[in-house]
Design a protein around this ligand. Structure first.
Ligand code: ZN
Length: 323
């Protein structure tokens, strides 16, 4: 008996050793190289200098990614020296919105995604490049910068199904006041969505509607109802999509206007999981415990505080006490 228990202990010890080795190997796994591209936006309301550090922090907190920020020249400046080595990265996250690029750069980027590079498109990055056919195929749908019915149909959900509106004319891109809104999961088995609640409350953000585009190879993962009481379309608008472009995987969310919106644990989770999926085709991250519920938002105050304007509206403690 004594011999046997020693043998069992030895086997257990071996098993623990193997398990610890596995953990160590996982911990030492090389971080996934990700490029976070910024440098231009449609206006000061899209403050990329504030939102880029937030997105970098949120991605790196997972322990999965090594994020390199690459800042393009401002639009209209000299692009001749701007030659990002896309191939070094498993995914490119776009916090970037410019009207166009030199043709050689567009061709290089198309080749990168088509050959299997990941792409993540956040908020106004889907305003960029209205005339670049390949880019509009990558993002599925976009808005503003002169897009109208010539950019493609409007896409939204009605009665639980994706609708392609090819008949309504008009410009693309619209939102009401920044308010919290519910996000509804439409593809619960998708790796990015797996385990997330069916309905959850996103923090105050712009709810994009009337986006247009080719919508080729696009899967809508989540929608939000655009409330006519807040100048909305009355439709359930896509809030998270995947698009296949050649061998490349694209994750696109129109959410994320500012630091406040990006401080939502729900959106943060989508960004983290969508980036892993775009880079590797799978998602290994657990859903965080503080994920928002159907009725209650969940924001990270430490992220909100990364916007120096965060305290502008806060009550003045001196005045509070002297009243
Ligand atoms: Zn915006």
């Amino acid at each position: 008996m004594k011999m046997r228990s020693v043998a069992v202990a030895a086997v257990c010890g071996l098993a623990v050793g193997v398990a610890m080795t596995a953990v160590r190997v996982e911990a030492q796994a090389k971080p996934i190289p990700v490029m976070l591209l910024d440098g231009e936006s449609g206006g000061p309301y899209h403050a990329w200098r504030l939102t880029t550090p937030v997105m970098k922090k949120e991605l790196e907190e997972t322990g999965l990614f090594a994020v390199t920020v690459v800042t393009a020249p401002a639009w209209g400046e000299d692009f001749s020296g701007f030659k990002p080595d896309f191939a070094q990265y498993r995914a490119v996250v776009l916090n970037y919105d410019a009207p166009d690029w030199p043709e050689a750069l567009e061709t290089q980027f198309e080749a990168y995604v088509r050959s299997g590079g990941g792409l993540v498109v956040v908020h106004a990055a889907d305003n960029a490049f209205p005339h670049w056919v390949g880019f509009n195929e990558m993002i599925g749908m976009g808005g503003w910068r002169g897009r109208d019915e010539s950019a493609g149909p409007m896409w939204y959900f009605e009665d639980g199904k994706l609708v392609k509106d090819t008949t309504t004319p008009g410009t693309a891109g619209h939102h009401g006041a920044r308010l919290p809104f519910q996000v509804v999961t439409r593809a619960p088995e998708n790796p990015i969505m797996k385990g997330l609640p069916a309905v959850w409350m996103h923090a105050a953000d712009e709810l994009y509607g009337t986006l247009r585009g080719p919508g080729k190879n696009m899967t809508v993962l989540a929608t939000a109802h655009s409330d006519p009481l807040n100048k909305g379309t009355g439709h359930d608008e896509p809030m998270a999509m995947t698009i296949a472009y050649g061998r490349g995987r694209v994750f696109h969310t129109p959410m994320g206007h500012d630091v406040e919106a990006l401080s939502c644990v729900g959106l943060m989770t989508l960004l983290q999981r969508g980036t892993e999926w775009a880079a590797t085709g799978r998602v290994t991250q657990k859903v965080p415990r503080d994920f928002p519920t159907a009725k209650t938002t969940s924001v990270r105050v430490d992220i909100e505080a990364m916007d120096p304007g965060f305290l502008n509206g806060a009550s003045d403690p001196v005045r509070e006490t002297s009243r």
